[in-house]
Design a protein around this ligand. Structure first.
Ligand code: UDP
Ligand code: MG
Length: 465
């Protein structure tokens, strides 16, 4: 099967390479040398990309495996050439048949080389294909049968419209779980007020006075969902912590399944959206595209999982070791390792109020996810730089040749100005991306606190003492 894919890539690649050479010569009037160099370079890049992602599904380092690939191709070409020359010299055979015979050693060498040398590490599919966690949860023997102390962390930003209802539903859930003997009576809901400017904090304070299940902490200013969530996760105690949004979009009944998952021995239980019917077409489409992009870039995240999950004390202690400032929890938590499982649920509409995640914030989170976890953009630049250098080398050779050995060298404006534009454009692009990463290093080295807790509800402080 791999070999078949490899052959298909080879065929596609041949067509693409020939197509480029043809187009370069007849539409853009490049010389044969330049056209061939372009065609072969593009062919090599395409075949590398397809073989890496599709044929072998490798997660080898991009740059290193590309250089191994070039090495294998160089050896294969030499073998191909030697074979053709040998056949041509020793047998009375048509040159085309000799060339066709030469394809055999070429294919064998590139295939074996790719298989055993270039793409050595095959992608682990463990995390991207959902394990049958629900089944696990049901069939696994319970490892923990006593009640656990559960804390629920809820980041809130201007959520006055939903908080009373959220509190009602979460308290009812906790009562139900206490009655079933799954959680202890001192389990709690922790609201993290993320610097709201409406009545959210007042509400939290008054709810904390009247409801034993409610406690709250308030950040000194708006730090964004991820930081608010982290503040909650790292501040609360308890044997297991569930994080959930304030707006009741996530199915609360799933929390019981998460606890079952924990009792069955899983340190992290991810809530995964089974369907996205309630999302707009745009949100749905952009989310799917984003998950695929992340996967292509080698970032491990759980497909269709937002920050609705249960974490064990152990997992949270491990999370504390990550002190990066650019935070993308969805990417970090799979990095923690530990045994995990998934529970599926349908996501509903926001109970009240409007989304606190406008397009701008969504984009920022998406970008965070890519630049915090993938250095592929940098590798891409390296590849691009490599290709451009190769092309300009070809062009230079050609120009010199025309200038020195022929009479048709007309000092051309286009051939001078075009490369200048082209190359300075590429350089600018490279600088931009490098700057992007530099900015990250900059913020990391400053080691600023990620959040500052201004105050907590009285009940919370009493608990601490
Ligand atoms: N949130 C937050 N700080 C922010 C923005 C959002 O704490 O700066 C909280 C918000 O109160 C909610 C959760 O993050 O509990 C998710 O936000 P929302 O439901 O608005 O996002 P959506 O579901 O539309 O993606
Ligand atoms: Mg929401």
């Amino acid at each position: 099967m791999t070999f078949l894919r490899f052959l298909l890539v080879g065929v596609a690649n041949t067509f693409i390479g020939l197509g480029v050479i043809y187009a370069a010569m007849y539409f853009f009037h490049f010389s044969a040398v330049v056209a061939n160099a372009t065609g072969y370079s593009i062919g090599i890049l395409v075949s590398f990309a397809l073989n890496k992602t599709w044929t072998f599904g490798s997660d080898d380092h991009m740059g290193a495996s590309f250089f191994r690939f070039l090495l294998v191709i160089a050896i294969a070409y030499s073998a191909n050439l030697s074979a053709v020359l040998f056949v041509n010299e020793h047998f009375e055979i048509n040159i085309y048949i000799a060339q066709a015979l030469g394809i055999a050693p070429y294919t064998a060498i590139t295939y074996l080389g790719s298989h055993f040398f270039v793409f050595r590490n095959r992608r682990k599919t463990q995390i991207t294909t959902p394990p049958t966690a629900l089944i696990n949860v049901k069939t696994n023997k319970l490892l923990i049968t006593r009640a656990i102390k559960l804390n629920i962390v809820v980041p809130c930003y201007n959520e006055e419209a939903v908080l009373p209802e959220t509190t009602r539903q979460l308290s009812r859930l906790l009562q139900h779980l206490i009655a079933k003997g799954k959680v202890t009576a001192d389990s709690c809901v922790y609201y993290v007020d993320d610097g709201s400017y409406d009545r959210t904090w007042d509400l939290i304070e008054s709810l904390a006075k009247t409801n034993n299940f409610v406690q709250g902490i308030k950040l000194s200013r708006n730090r964004g969902h991820q930081n608010a969530l982290l503040a909650g996760l790292l501040t609360v105690e308890g044997e297991a912590v569930v994080s959930i949004d304030a707006d009741l979009q996530d199915d609360l009944s799933v929390i019981e399944k998460m606890i079952d998952g924990y009792r069955a021995g899983h340190d992290i239980v991810y809530g995964v959206r089974a369907c996205r019917k309630t999302d707009t077409f745009f949100k749905n489409f952009s989310a799917q595209a984003y998950y695929h992009l992340l996967k292509m870039m080698g970032v491990e995240i759980i497909h269709n999982h937002a920050d609705f999950r249960l974490m064990s004390r152990r997992a949270i202690e491990a999370l504390k070791e990550f002190d990066e400032v650019n935070l993308f929890l969805r990417g970090i938590i799979p990095q923690l390792g530990f045994s995990f499982s998934l529970v599926y649920y349908d996501r509903s509409e926001r109970y009240a109020g409007e989304s606190k995640y406008p397009f701008r914030k969504m984009l920022a989170l998406a970008w965070q996810g890519i630049t915090s976890f993938s250095d592929l953009p940098l590798h891409f630049i390296t590849g691009l730089g490599f290709l451009v250098s190769l092309i300009s080398l070809g062009i230079t050779t050609w120009v010199l040749w025309v200038r020195l050995f022929t009479q048709d060298a007309i000092p051309g404006w286009a051939s001078t100005v075009l490369p200048i534009y082209f190359i300075s454009g590429i350089q600018l692009l490279c600088l931009g991306v490098i700057g992007e990463y530099l900015a990250k290093v900059y913020t990391e080295t400053k080691r600023r606190p990620r959040y500052i807790i201004e105050k907590a509800t009285d009940s919370f402080l009493e608990d601490e003492n």
